[in-house]
Design a protein around this ligand. Sequence first.
Ligand code: ASP
Length: 494
Amino acid sequence: MLRLALHWQILIGMLAGTLIGLVLNMTCSTRSVEIAESSRLPKGIVAANIDDSSASTRIRYTNSAGTTIERTIDPVDRSENVFPSVEMLAQSDPIAVQIYERHGQSLAKRVGAWFSRLGGLFLRMLQMVAVPLIVTSLMTGVIGLGSSAGIGRMFRRTIVYYLCTSMLAITTGLFVVNVIRPGLRGEAVKVAKVETSDAASLVDVLFAQLEAMIPKNPLSALVAPNYLSIIAFTIAFSLFTISVGGRTQDRIGSLATAGFEVMMAMTMAIIRLAPVGVFFLIAAVTATQGANVFMSLAWYVVAVASALSIHALITLPLIVKFVARRSPFEFAKAMSPALLTAFSSASSNGTLPLTMSSVEERAGISNRTGSFVLPLGATINMDGTALYEAVAVIFIAQLHFGMNLPLSQQIVVAITALLASVGAAGIPHAGLVMMAIILHAVGLPMEMQGVILAVDRVLDMARTAVNVWSDSCGCAVVEALEGNDASFNATTDR
Ligand code: ASP
């Protein structure tokens, strides 16, 4: 039987969902209805108007005393509604809900709400695996390091390189998304305009992040879940596992590896449901919000792609040229099998064996550097993912709030994007799973991920290639620095 590759299935799910959603939106939505006959209205109401042209529904009615009341509701029941849901409004203003139920619940919105719930099941599964996946992936990566002797200096260099390039990537992403402003180019997609408060000072915001990194109770951080606390505690736990060493390290290390294998298998199984998830999520979006959503999405793809290109084609090659003192072009050519595989598989873990062999056999880097820098990089160094998270979250915020996030919030995004990329597993769509952390940090609803899910696969391919490219450049940099030391000390350990 012919089985299409997953990304084709996702593409088909997306197209089918889009088409069905759009047809529903065009044929079955209530744009703006005026109801003037009192027989069609609740007692005491003389006129009503329902406007369904954006994601929320506006109901305006006039009573016999001539007073006009206006309400806006969120027809799709979300966890963090901007406007009251139907149930909530029924308590405060039953008349508005009666009018809405009689005339305002267009088929498109009703079906859209169901699509959104069904697609929500897929999102729930992704949320379900997030915490155990992060914990086991990080533990495996960090504890795995401890087995080689004399790693201190190389470890520091590798970490400094990873941090610097990830921050550069995030900065590039933030710069580009603030210039292009993809989320402010479409129209009806905005869920609502709400004021975000910029009241907390930058120091407060940063200090709060620092506090979150020291959880009072790691178990309640797991339950909450507070991802920042989880990542910080897991790294600390793994480092101390290495320092205890011996059988303890072996036992904890193999337990983490076993757990990671299972979580990877589970995540991959969930990802297989992506075509169906994408179908429902995109259909929900297009059924309730119409075609305008694509205008913004195109700009979003442009923003992510240009930021990734700047990082991969300018920033990293400059580092290779001036720090590693190699020709970036030659190096990229040597790494091409790994980069192409990363692109088509969207998995840096899956590509790892090829990355290691390309680095050693084609780019002439020592096994000592390659076997240390690359596995760690596949786990914690994800420039492409970090950049993508930052752009995606700012884009979602632009769509959701109808304006750009204030600077303090963008800094929260940058820091959480860095941590999210550290915690992301090197498997397809892992970045999407991790995005929950950042959305949560800046108070955005998870459901907004549905908007970008449709184009996630193609962006995942691009960001994975950038992830692997950055790991490879890291090898060149660390190798050059270690080599300098070696010749300086007149040792011959290479
Ligand atoms: N697919 C990426 C990787 O394996 C992770 C992500 O989803 O961003 O590197």
